[in-house]
Design a protein around this ligand. Structure first.
Ligand code: PEP
Ligand code: MG
Length: 874
């Protein structure tokens, strides 16, 4: 039997997400549950994959299957596609395995043409509605299938309204809408050079093609990269018979959540519009009514809706985000999915669901996206600064958090400003998915239009970006790049502040402060800690960072980059003195001055850790990083240091390297200047001995030698470290256990990990350098071309953010196996940026590392990701 690519809703169920996408599988599941679902069929994700394999063609076989399913749908609905009297109309929507709100395309009212629209007008007894449906169809079809922008149709519509002196769409009569249809068709002809397609099957196949194409549109590709969704998944296409919310005042459409997606509070939450089609609510073109008002407008439909919403939540054991339509008082569900939510809501919902007995702790752990947790750790406004600030306006609190920054009016300007290091507030009339990069670059988003379920609101909540939407009070002048609010004009680059939790807008830069963590957070994180087997450490370089990290749950420090300590104002002159030294004695004298600083830092960190382990890395970066490169700066420093300009310039030049990343850095520095390793080891050991004596806590320093590629260089530096450590311990007359290990950052170290392990008591995978050296991509320059790689589908994600498991991962795995073969009790961790990335953490779990180490703010993410790794791999 040949493979099946198309499934009627009644032929499938909720378990078939991978094949039918989330929307398709849920429509099937809801059909099975007996909910009122307009019937239809789903063209599978495998058909999408095949479409791309076949050079963007839908095969005859699949076309035949689609037509056969259409025939079945005609039978179910008792309507005929293309019928001149009672035409079957359908919606065509994308739906991938992971929900990607607004990223792909939708066509509604498909099946209408010049003839059937008349029959439709008669059959429904509502010509205004029929022509409105047709003009919407022409507009959406042209946009999605032919790339003719919606805005051009909107302009035509506005012109017609203006010529008649109307302010809103509802004032247009059936005859007016006939005029709109003709104008829209003319626009189509002008753009396409052919008539608007009249044959419904042709319309349908074109729309399915377009949805498949939309899987690879730019915004979908960006969204996938942000959410770790592989391009190979493809999208399904749902073809569903239409029901109409725009049939008059006994009809309507809405979007609702079973719990509040911002706070997690129990209780229905949502919006609807009478006499409207779904896109009106989602696109935020008209500002909708709160769902509870439906109880007054249509009590029976409301009661039924509430009953079924509860049924869905109980069935899916999670907060549901539902789209519904009421067609002449009859309720239909158009989709349901686990709702997107803020991190705060995610935690509350997860904890409540367990407490309500709806799910287990382990199930609850899977309901929170680890990456989201860092929203909880983001700033709020300083209370006093906020009290002193003047509120200029307010609108819908669409996504919580506080943001202050400079105003930009489009995505490109926002991205550019972020690159310049500015804090950015994106101000838009309304956002659309094309704005995604700009939204990502922004600290906060302010829109003039749109409700709580508008694009801006949904996407911002998912990103954890503060957002205020639907602010009709602001008047935006996009050309001049200004807006006015409360009598004040704000220009591009001016500072404003947004409170996404209250919806208040301030026209000044308000100080922000770190947030406090709720009781749900520690309860939930405790559950994660009970499940995970990977330990989580933090990368931290100062006592302050360590205190932060421990508060977020770090179980140690996995990487202390000692060079960061040298960049502080009081230390920089001393390390510079060391660099310009001409003799070993001079260098040692300079280093001796650094010891007290290093020791004090280490002591502070050991104390904050109170017995938890700390890995300290010896100096890593090339020395030129500590000296100025510009002539003027060199001149100034020479004066400060009492050197001649020429002498200092000569030192700077002598340190110049063509490839500093592959140059004199890492353990190579200690090979040339052993006295640096001596000084650092002394500081590490003395600090430990003193803290043990002063605090009575356990300290087992882990001394890490960076960038080894050859076991002999490691052995050489290790000898210096051990000799020094033993000498200090003997001097102090104490006993102290310490470890000496290395980083695996060079492919050769991974390839020879068994030899390396003979000298190293632990490995920490430095996957930043390991990625750089495995791909041969410069860490500092890859940004310049990676965008082209994403656009051309050569890479799906940034290998510096998400571990490349295929290549770099092999080296990691090999080093784990070889390292353990040579030293069974070797300690294994990761301290590259990947240590805070959920998918990379899952990989670390699978290959059997002992711990991951990441920046303090990502520690909670890592704790949860490590727990999910256990649950996913059971
Ligand atoms: C690494 O290379 O992964 C690492 C942690 O070291 P750094 O980023 O300091 O080079
Ligand atoms: Mg490194």
């Amino acid at each position: 039997m040949s493979k099946k690519f198309v499934y009627m809703f009644s032929e499938a169920d909720g378990s078939m997400k991978n094949l039918l996408g989330g929307k398709g599988a849920n429509l099937a599941e809801m059909t099975k549950l007996g909910l009122p679902i307009p019937q239809g069929f789903t063209v599978s994700t495998e058909a999408c994959t095949k479409y791309y394999e076949d050079g963007k063609k839908i095969t005859d076989e699949i076309t035949a299957e689609i037509k056969a399913s259409l025939a079945k749908l005609e039978e179910i609905t008792g309507k005929t596609f293309g019928d001149n009297n009672r035409p079957l109309l359908v919606s065509v929507r994308s739906g991938s395995r992971a929900s990607m709100p607004g990223m792909m395309d939708t066509v509604l009212n498909l099946g209408l043409n010049d003839v059937s629209v008349e029959g439709f007008a008669v059959a429904t007894g509502n010509p205004r509605f029929a022509y409105d449906s047709y003009r919407r169809f022409i507009q959406m079809f042209s946009d999605v299938v032919k790339g003719l922008p919606k805005s051009q149709f909107e302009r035509v519509l506005d012109e017609i309204k203006e010529s008649k002196g109307f302010e809103n769409d509802l004032q247009l009569s059936a005859d007016d809408l006939k005029e709109v249809v003709e104008a829209f068709k003319a626009l189509y002809v002008k753009h396409e050079g052919s008539e608007f397609p009249q044959e419904p099957v042709e319309q349908l196949m074109a729309a399915i093609n377009a949805v498949f194409d939309s899987w690879n549109n730019e915004r979908a590709v960006i969204y996938r990269r942000m959410h770790d969704i592989p391009g190979s998944w493809g999208t399904a296409v749902n073809v569903q018979s239409m029901v109409f919310g725009n049939m008059g005042d006994t009809s309507g459409t809405g979007v609702a959540f079973t719990r509040n997606p911002s706070t997690g509070e129990r209780g229905i939450y949502g919006e609807y519009l009478l006499n409207a089609q779904g896109e009106d609510v989602v696109a935020g073109i008209r500002t909708p009514e709160p769902i509870t008002r439906l109880e007054n407008d249509m009590p029976e439909a409301y009661a039924e809706f509430m009953r079924l919403a509860t049924k869905l939540e109980n069935h899916y054991k999670d907060m549901q985000d539902m789209e519904f339509t009421i067609e002449d008082k009859v309720l239909y569900f158009l989709q349901t999915r686990n709702g997107k939510r803020t991190a705060q809501a995610a935690l509350k919902i997860a904890v409540d669901l367990v407490e309500e007995g709806l799910c287990t702790k382990e199930e609850a752990l899977m309901k929170v996206d680890p990456k989201q947790l860092d929203q909880l750790l983001h700033p709020n406004f300083d209370v006093e600064a906020l009290a002193a600030a003047k509120v200029y306006g307010s609108a819908l609190p669409a996504s919580p958090g506080a943001a202050a920054g400079q105003v930009y009016f489009n995505a490109d300007d926002a991205v550019a400003a972020k690159k310049r290091g500015e804090r950015v507030i994106l101000v838009r009339l309304e956002t659309s998915p094309e704005d995604i990069e700009g939204m990502d670059a922004a600290q906060g988003i302010l829109t003039a239009r749109g409700g709580m379920t508008s694009h801006a609101a949904v996407v911002a909540r998912g990103m954890g970006t503060c957002c205020i939407s639907g602010c009709g009070e602001i008047k935006i002048n996009e050309a001049a790049k200004t807006f006015t609010l409360g009598g004040k004009t704000v220009a591009e680059g001016d500072f404003i502040s947004l409170d996404g939790s209250t919806g208040k807008i301030y026209l000044e830069d308000i100080k922000t402060v770190d947030p406090e963590i709720s009781g749900d957070f520690s309860k939930f994180m405790g559950w994660a800690d009970d499940v995970r087997t990977l330990k989580v450490r933090a990368n931290a370089d100062s006592p302050k960072d360590v205190i932060n990290a421990v508060e977020f749950g770090a179980e140690g420090v996995g990487l202390c980059r000692t060079e960061h300590m040298f960049f502080e104002e009081d230390r920089l002159p001393k390390i510079r003195q060391m660099i310009v030294s001409n003799t070993v004695a001079e260098r040692e004298a300079a280093l001796a001055e650094l010891i007290p600083f290093q020791k004090a830092d280490f002591k502070g960190m050991y104390k904050a850790l109170a017995g938890k382990p700390m890995t300290v890395r010896l100096l890593d970066p090339p020395l030129h990083e500590f000296l100025p490169q510009e002539e003027g700066d060199i001149r100034e420093l020479a004066k400060e240091m009492g050197l001649t300009f020429e002498a200092l310039k000569e030192t700077v030049e002598s340190l110049h390297e063509f490839n500093p990343m592959l140059g004199h850095r890492g353990c190579r520095l200690a090979v040339t200047y052993p006295e640096i390793a001596v000084m650092q080891t002394r500081a590490i050991i003395e600090a430990a001995v003193e803290v043990i004596a002063e605090e009575g806590i356990d300290v087992i320093p882990e001394i890490m030698i960076p960038l080894a590629g050859e076991v002999k260089e490691l052995a050489y530096v290790k000898n210096i470290v051990v000799e020094t450590a033993e000498k200090v311990i003997a001097e102090k007359g104490v006993k102290l256990k310490y470890l000496v290990g290395t980083m695996i950052e060079i492919p050769r170290a991974a390839l020879t990990a068994d030899l390396i392990a003979a000298e190293a008591e632990f490995f920490s995978f430095g996957t930043n350098d390991l990625t750089q050296m495995t791909f041969g991509y410069s860490r500092d320059d890859a940004g310049a071309f990676l965008d082209d790689y994403y656009k051309k589908s050569i890479l799906e994600s940034d290998p510096f953010a998400r571990l490349d498991q295929t290549g770099v991962g092999q080296l990691v795995e090999m080093a784990v196996v070889k390292g353990r073969s040579a030293r069974p009790d070797i300690k294994l961790g990761i301290c590259g940026e990947h240590g805070g990335d959920p998918s990379s953490i899952e990989f670390c779990h699978r290959v059997g590392l002992d711990y991951v180490s990441c920046s303090p703010f990502r520690v909670p993410i890592a704790r949860l990701a490590a727990a999910q790794a256990v649950l996913n791999n059971r």
